[in-house]
Ligand binder design. Structure first.
Ligand SMILES: [Zn+2]
Length: 374
């Protein structure tokens, strides 16, 4: 592979210098159009635009669109977390070591690394593999409008590689906690706290009982943790509160334990602590956990072999945050994450991409595919 860092950075720049936060659909389309063109220039690739509703469009890129089985599925997201105006305020820059800018490592360089790997793989390797690359527009807000599509592809896949950035020390991701977010709303009966408090039904008292019950469900040992992160309620000290609301974050390694938590929470809706208070609960986000099973371990061994051969130092991380890897791992498809170049400072103005990691990580991705083709 002939690799020019300068050419790579000039190809990366137009992917960074455009606002493309989730739901900024024109920006997403601008990104998608660039990737469409890159694959159109290569021979043998078909690109399909996928409608992801209010999140805009996704791309499904295949080299054997008629194949029932996909040997390798690769996933990357086109959105960032940054609001409109960020690209103008903080366009891409670089020094001798790093590049900076919104999405530079999370994860435009991951997407571009996939392109470079596909450009440089031997045709003989490509011929042996059925490859599908999915680029979605809404990972940063939980892939709500793309998860169905991603899973419908993944269920035909034998391996999934997600190209989020490798960690600062070169680590890849083998396990990600699951997560769920809830908004719980309590509706009581308002009453004057001086004149007729006995006629009131306190939404805050109900919520307080819930908070204690929710805290009691945490199990630090197994890693199922619940956090009541935001609460609000009440209208004044002299009024029995009619309204209260709590926002909850749940994290877990065991999907069974999480199901248990969900069942308990739903049962609590029907049995309020305070008579006359009603409760509604909305699950606002959900990602199952990604835990490495035997098939995933075999894929890890293949990745380790590839890294060894190329003298690239890698390690495996178990992390608390989710990605699209969670959504494919739950289907039982071996899934690993962190195939982009090294970066850190995600979701902040400290985000950077480590330049010296770009080429080795392209080579590693290529080597993994070469081995999967055998
Ligand atoms: Zn990301």
């Amino acid at each position: 592979m002939n690799f020019s860092l300068n050419e790579y950075l000039e190809e990366l720049r137009p992917l960074i210098d455009v606002d493309c936060g989730t739901y900024t659909v024109e920006g997403i389309e601008f990104i998608a159009t660039q990737f469409e063109a890159k694959f159109a220039e290569m021979t043998g690739w078909s690109v399909k635009r996928v409608d992801c509703g209010k999140a805009g469009l996704g791309l499904e890129i295949r080299n054997k669109p008629e194949a029932d089985v996909i040997d390798v599925m690769m996933i990357g997201h086109m959105d960032t977390v940054f609001p409109v105006g960020t690209a103008a305020a903080r366009p891409m820059t670089n020094d001798a070591e790093k590049a900076y800018g919104p999405g530079v490592s999370d994860m435009k360089s991951g997407l571009l690394n996939i392109v470079y790997a596909m450009r440089n793989l031997d045709q003989a390797v490509l011929d042996k593999l059925s490859i599908c690359i999915c680029m979605n527009p809404d990972e940063e807000t939980g892939s709500l409008d793309s998860v169905e599509w991603i899973q419908s592809v993944a269920k035909n896949a034998k391996n999934v590689l997600v190209a989020e950035a490798a960690r600062a020390d070169g680590g890849l991701v083998k396990a990600r906690k699951g997560m769920a977010g809830y908004k719980i709303t309590f509706k009581g009966v308002a009453a004057h706290a001086g004149n007729e408090p006995e006629n009131g039904r306190s939404a805050i008292t109900e919520m307080a009982n819930w908070i204690l019950a929710i805290n009691a469900m945490t199990n630090f040992e197994s890693g199922t943790t619940l956090n009541v992160g935001v609460v609000s309620g009440g209208a004044g000290a002299n009024i029995v509160p009619e309204h209260a609301q709590a926002v909850i974050d749940v994290r877990f390694w065991s999907n069974e334990e999480y199901d248990d938590v969900d069942t308990k929470l739903r049962a609590m809706l029907d049995t309020p602590y305070v008579d006359g208070v009603s409760i509604t609960m909305e699950r606002e986000s959900y990602k199952p956990s990604m835990v490495a099973g035997p098939l995933t371990e075999a894929l890890m061994a293949l990745v380790e072999e590839s890294a060894d051969e190329l003298e690239i130092a890698i390690n495996w991380k178990e992390v608390g945050g989710g990605s699209d890897a969670n959504n494919t791992a739950i289907l039982g498809v071996p899934t690993l994450d962190g195939f982009g170049p090294v970066g850190a400072g995600f979701h902040s103005d400290q985000e950077y991409l480590l330049l010296e990691s770009i080429e080795p990580r392209i080579r590693m991705l290529m080597r993994v595919l070469e081995k999967l083709a055998k």
